[in-house]
Design a protein around this ligand. Structure first.
Ligand SMILES: [Zn+2]
Length: 215
């Protein structure tokens, strides 16, 4: 399992910190007990303009809950689970293509990623866009933001709902500087474009939101 924490650090600062990266200690999502740091692992991240190459390694701490006997990886919000590229890169491509601004090829070229990779992101996002739209629209309302009506296309609806939820969250401490795609990664547990069909489990601060199941 993975917990995404709302990391405000620039990617290069996180990379430079190595194993010494400071991560807040969360509580167990199952029982609420404080988690204990328990080793960790290295993974690559791809982002433009980074020192040490375009795919440096980052340290991902693990935490463990004794009573529940489970461990969780603590992913920084600038990544999505099982994706090499940053949430910002993936979000930029999705915004351009699912928003109807351009096709996959020019968006992939601008982001500096393979065309097939970008196509996969957009496919997955569009495949669960109705579900994401409903979940983020509900979150926007929970946070006191504006109500979003389903737009002409599911992709546009999801993008508008993510924007509305982020707009509402930006009024809470710490979220504005994070940007909408780190926000979206944080509240979906990194599973914004994950293959599994479960609804994203939305968490903001200590509040948890379980979005309604789409019709
Ligand atoms: Zn526990």
């Amino acid at each position: 399992m993975a917990i995404v924490w709302p990391c405000p650090l620039p990617v290069d600062a996180y990379v430079a910190a190595g194993r010494k990266v400071e991560v807040p200690r969360p509580v167990c999502p199952l029982c609420g007990e404080p988690l204990v740091f328990w080793s960790g692992y290295w993974r690559h991240v791809r982002a433009g303009g980074l020192a040490g190459g375009r795919c440096p390694k980052i340290f991902v701490p693990r935490v463990r809950c004794g009573p529940c006997r489970v461990s969780h990886a603590l992913l920084p919000a600038f990544v999505l689970a099982w994706r090499l590229d940053t949430a910002e890169t993936i979000g930029a491509v999705i915004t351009e293509v699912a928003g109807g601004g351009c096709g996959v090829r020019p968006a992939a070229a601008r982001a500096g990623v393979p065309h097939t990779t970008a196509r996969d992101w957009v496919r997955r996002f569009c495949g669960r866009a109705s579900e994401l739209g409903i979940a983020f629209a509900a979150l926007a309302v929970e946070l006191g933001g504006e109500a979003i009506r389903p737009a002409a296309g599911a992709g546009r609806f999801a993008l508008a709902a993510i924007g509305a939820a982020f707009g509402a969250a930006a009024g809470l401490p710490g979220w504005l500087a994070m940007g909408r795609w780190r926000f979206a990664s944080s509240v979906s547990g990194g599973k914004l474009i994950a293959a599994n069909k479960s609804s994203p489990f939305l968490v903001v601060g200590r509040r948890r939101f379980i979005p309604p199941v789409p019709p």
